[in-house]
Design a protein around this ligand. Structure first.
Ligand code: ARG
Length: 284
């Protein structure tokens, strides 16, 4: 597979932007507890396979011209590989995560410390929220999930701290417990999503905001196809999401398929492993 950098314009005229990601090597990955319907601690996991799959994801990002920074994994925190949950970073400001489940509680301070040590402005959250798992950032708004993990009060807290409008969306299917399992931004203005993961009212909100969205089927959602990362040109997505991949290509995106089957045993895909560090920018 030949990968072209985000900034190169495709034949259909799509240009992306170079990103900075934070990732965490799954050295201690396993499934030792169950906090979502994907997790079955009685079944075996293969840490070496998780590491190989994660490594190819990291390499894909670097081949696309993105920068990947690393945070050290901590023994006893098997889900720390899911960096997306560690924080929400917008305009160089870091809104800290506060996990819903005690098994993951120590991850929030670990990620916040990583940013504080590097001079970022950080805020320790007063309300439960699982970082980019439930906050997806577009140019003019942040879409925020609630229903399973993140408290709506944290939506307001993030809006106040980041100064970007936050739109609340209610998740209703426990298999899609984080917003990033049901929706992903295609670029700064449009999204792909699986409608059935959302309440009736939230579906209407999504239809109103994104009349031109890519609509995913249950088959695509069930392989965590919506847990994808787009730079506006290239979309890194689970290879099994074949319907979604066809539609993305039809819309002129370059598709970069990856296999993260091992991490899916914990309910995670490419986006879960990826925390975007958005640099500060002037308010226009
Ligand atoms: N086992 C983890 C949990 O249930 C998976 C987190 C996946 N991360 C994500 N951004 N959806 O919390």
């Amino acid at each position: 597979m030949t990968l072209a950098p985000a900034t190169e314009t495709t034949e259909s005229g799509r240009t992306g932007t170079v990103r900075h990601f934070l990732m965490c090597r799954p050295e201690f990955f396993t499934v030792s507890y169950s906090i979502n319907p994907w997790m079955h601690p009685e079944k075996e996991t293969d840490t070496a396979r998780a590491l190989r799959q994660w490594e190819s994801l990291r390499q894909a990002y670097e081949s696309l011209g993105h920068t990947v920074s690393l945070i050290d994994p901590i023994e006893g925190l098997p889900d720390m590989v899911f960096a997306a949950n560690g924080a929400l970073v917008v305009d160089g400001r870091v809104y800290g995560a506060r996990f819903a489940h005690p098994q993951r509680a120590a991850e929030g301070p670990a990620y916040l410390r990583w940013f504080a040590e590097r001079g970022y402005e950080t805020l320790e959250a007063s309300f439960t929220n699982e970082g980019e798992g439930d906050y997806l950032t577009l140019d003019e708004m942040i879409l925020a999930g609630t229903g399973f993990r993140t408290d709506v009060a944290a939506h307001m807290e993030a809006q106040e701290f980041l100064g970007r409008p936050v739109v609340t969306l209610r998740l209703v299917d426990p298999r899609f417990y984080h917003l990033d399992t049901a929706l992903f931004p295609l670029d700064g203005h449009n999204v792909a999503y699986y409608p059935e993961a959302f309440s009736e009212g939230s579906r209407k909100v999504l239809r109103r905001l994104f009349p031109d969205a890519v609509i995913a089927t249950s088959a695509d959602a069930e392989v965590l196809g919506l847990n994808a990362v787009s730079d506006g040109r290239n979309v890194v997505v689970n290879a099994e999401a074949t319907g979604l991949i066809l539609e993305l290509k039809r819309r002129g995106f370059e598709v970069v398929p990856v296999d993260l089957g091992e991490l899916r045993k914990s309910g995670g895909g490419p986006k879960c492993c990826t925390l975007e560090i958005r640099p500060s920018r002037e308010i226009r």
